[in-house]
Each structure stands twice: as C-alpha cells, then as structure tokens.
Write a protein that binds this ligand. Structure first.
Ligand code: NAI
Length: 397
C-alpha cells in the first residue's frame, strides 16, 4: 500500500515501514561512526525496545558493543492493507540489520507487565544466552494490568494539590495558547505510580535473579526526567514525578540485590526529546521546541541515539566512572540543564507566542522529529511508492 501520515492530536495512526527502517539505519550509522564501545555489555535485555530511548539503547548495545539483544515491546503488526505501529517496523528493521551484522536478536511482542511475558523471556534467555549482563527498563505506558491482582491501573499526567496554568503549543497548528490542568484527584497518584513507578522493574529483576539469569557485574537502568522548574508542576512535582521517585526507591533496592553479584542498578536522567510518550505531556512540546532551537544552535543537540550511545560509552561502561550526581543518578540531561542553555530557553519561554514561534523555537524541527518517529520525512524513501505494510519481525514470524 501507499502510506501517508494520519495525525490525530499527538499521535500518528499510520507508520511507514521503509521510513522506519531508514530511521533505524540512520541510528545504527551514528553508533558505528563512533566506533566500538570498549568493555560494553554482551547480552542485553531491553524492556520497551521498539521506540524512543529503549530502541536507541538496543541499537547502541548491538552496534556499539556487538551485544546479543532481547527486546520486549507492545506493538501492532501490519497487514497488507493496514499499517502496523512504528515500533513494529522499527523492530523488523532492527532485526534485519542485526542479522546482517551477525548479531543475535530476538523480540517479544506483548505485555511486559504480565507474568506470561516474563516467563517467555526467561525461557528464551535459558535456551539461547544462559544469562544477561545488562537490563534496560524503558517502558512508557498509559496503563498496567497488575499481574497478581488483575487490577488495571491508569497513569495520569496531572499536577498535585493545585491546578497548573502555563503556555502550551498545539503541535499540529503551531498556535501557542494556554492550558490549565486540574490537579490529581482520588487515587491518581497511586495509579500513576503503579503504572510508571518501579514495581514492574523490580519484578523483572527478581524473576531473573530467581532463575540465576543475571551474570556477575550486571548493570540495570531505568529512565527518568527532571527538567527545568517551569515544567515541574506537570512533571517532577506532578503525578509522573511521584512515579519517578518510586523508580529511585526501587533502584536502591535493586542495587542492594545486585551487589552480591558485583552488579549495579541505576536511574538515568535523560534529555527531553520528541517521542511518542513525551508528545502526550501538556506544556512539554513547547519547551522541547525552544530547547531544540538553543541546543541545535550551540551544537549540543542530541537525539535518543546520541544520548544512549553516550550513556553506554561515557557513563555505564566508562572504566567504572559513570559520573553519578549527588543522588547517585546518571545524568544525560547535563547538556540540557547547562545554565547557559536553560537561561536562553527560559527567556524565550516568556517571550514566545504564535507570531514569533518559528523565530524563537524550532517548531519545524519538532514536527519533523515527530513525523520521523513514524517513518515519515526520511531522506531517500520514496513515499509515493507501494510499500509492504505486512513486513514481519523475523523472530516473530
Ligand atoms: P516511547 O513511547 O518512545 O517508547 C515506549 C516503549 O514502551 C515502546 O517500545 C513500547 O512498545 C513499550 N511499551 C509500552 N507499553 C508496554 C507494555 N505494556 N509491554 C511492553 N512494552 C510496552 O517512550 P520513551 O519516551 O522512549 O520513554 C521511555 C522511558 O524514558 C520512560 O520511562 C520515560 O519516562 C523516559 N524518559 C523519556 C524522556 C523523553 O523526553 N521522551 C526523557 C527522559 C526520560
């Protein structure tokens, strides 16, 4: 079929198989250009492996460190006349590139929160790899069915205690308006913590430890965000921030559990970037558009792949010098949070409106990045040509 973008608010309901493949190939090229990651991981499990930070982690581990990778994700397959999700096509492309490079890659499509998925992955590790030496936890989900109680939790993106009003960008029209978000009510905080907090990460590591599938020296990471104080009411101090606090609680627990094996658990604070998850957060897309403008101008802009490559190369496998902050977190948001960058972003935040948006913010870059997530706007892809929407992920075929 011929595939064009169909955007509905902050989601694109179509994805282009060849465009996604090109997006993956470009990320692989970034890693290859930087050369091998010395002493990197060799057997890596990525939970949330098909898009954004998780996909970039999988690519950096495989193509920077020659790692065998297992990737877990929740995506929709395509059919001859209906496209699958971008993460499906990304994973198809990743596996093909991995096979061409002689790298083991196996994928699992289903609910990572479930016991069944954990059992499936455990069986695969036993059968194929023996153990893993790195576990990346990069899920972003609006809901979770608890594997023991069956309760369905829904995450909310809300401030706590009082409503929050700030500027907001309509990413389809480019209109800068204002949004007011009502505070969390009822058990919104507990629900969000249940979905995006650390319980499931701990369940994964516990399950792997119980089966002796964690190699000595294993490192495990989950991703977080802090950002500037203008977004704190909706992020750091909001419902999602409470979930990220819970992630740090679990990090300390996992650290203790891995210590006897010489292993380590980390929370890595990453840069704000356009992904399917971040585009759903109010206020954040305007901040990201302003940030991209400043960071592209000063040459410090990175996308998911540059962030994850730097994470493996200069933090996690950097001869024991991951440069943690005072709270023990890895900081890949260091360039985003540089005072000179933040000062410019904040100044422009106060000035920005619909009329001067393109002068002060990289709105074109935001939209281009968003489309690229779904495989659109990539150089060298013939979007007028027929493409195979039923493209398979080889290990799932
Ligand atoms: P994303 O939306 O690009 O990717 C989410 C991944 O989770 C996909 O692979 C998806 O298939 C998988 N997934 C979702 N529900 C699942 C389920 N039930 N079972 C199996 N897989 C499932 O998200 P993004 O932005 O890469 O986020 C990953 C992590 O990074 C999150 O913890 C997020 O908070 C964090 N982060 C994101 C930042 C950003 O600006 N995008 C900044 C800093 C941290």
């Amino acid at each position: 079929m011929i595939v064009a973008p169909k955007i509905r608010g902050f989601i694109c309901t179509t994805a282009h198989p060849d465009g996604c493949a090109k997006h993956v190939a470009e990320q692989i090229a970034v890693v290859r250009k930087r050369g091998p990651i010395a002493k990197g991981p060799k057997k890596v499990l990525v939970i949330g492996a098909s898009a954004g930070y998780g996909l970039a982690s999988r690519i950096a581990a495989a193509f920077g460190s020659d790692a065998a990778t297992l990737g877990v994700f929740f995506e929709k397959t395509g059919e001859a006349d209906r496209t699958g999700t971008a993460g499906w096509y990304n994973s198809a492309a990743f596996e093909k590139e991995a096979a061409a490079a002689g790298l083991y890659a196996r994928s699992f499509n289903g609910d990572a929160f479930s016991d069944a998925m954990k059992a499936e992955v455990i069986a695969a590790i036993k059968a194929d790899l023996g153990q893993v030496d790195c576990v990346i936890y990069s899920l972003a989900s609006p809901r979770r069915t608890h594997p023991k109680s069956g309760e369905v939790f829904k995450s909310a993106l809300k401030p706590i205690a009082r409503s929050y009003t700030n500027k907001n960008l309509n990413t389809t029209t480019g209109v800068v308006g204002e949004v007011t978000i009502q505070p969390a009510e009822g058990d919104d905080v507990a629900q969000t913590v249940a979905v995006m907090g650390g319980e499931d990460w701990e369940m994964w590591i516990d399950a792997l430890l119980a089966e002796n599938l964690i190699a000595p020296g294993t490192q495990t990471l989950a991703y977080s965000y802090i950002g500037p104080d203008l977004t704190w009411p909706i992020y750091k101090n909001g419902t999602i921030g409470k979930a990220k606090e819970d992630l740090e609680r679990v990090q300390r627990e996992l650290d203790a559990k891995l210590a006897p094996l010489g292993g380590k658990a980390w929370v890595s604070v990453n840069k704000a970037l356009v992904t399917q998850a971040s585009s759903a957060i109010p206020v954040v897309p305007l901040y990201i558009s302003l940030l991209y403008m400043v960071m592209k101008a000063d040459g410090s802009h990175e996308d998911c792949i540059e962030q994850m490559d730097r994470m493996f190369r200069e933090r996690l496998y950097n001869d024991g010098d991951p440069q943690p902050d005072e709270a023990g977190r890895i900081r890949l948001d260091d360039w985003e949070m540089a005072p000179a960058v933040q000062q410019l972003v904040i100044d422009r935040w106060h000035q920005v409106n619909t009329e001067n948006l393109k002068e002060l913010a990289d709105f074109d870059g935001y939209q281009a990045s968003f489309l690229r997530l779904f495989g659109f706007g990539l150089e060298g892809v013939d979007y007028a040509a027929e493409t195979d929407a039923a493209t398979a992920v080889p290990s799932l075929a």
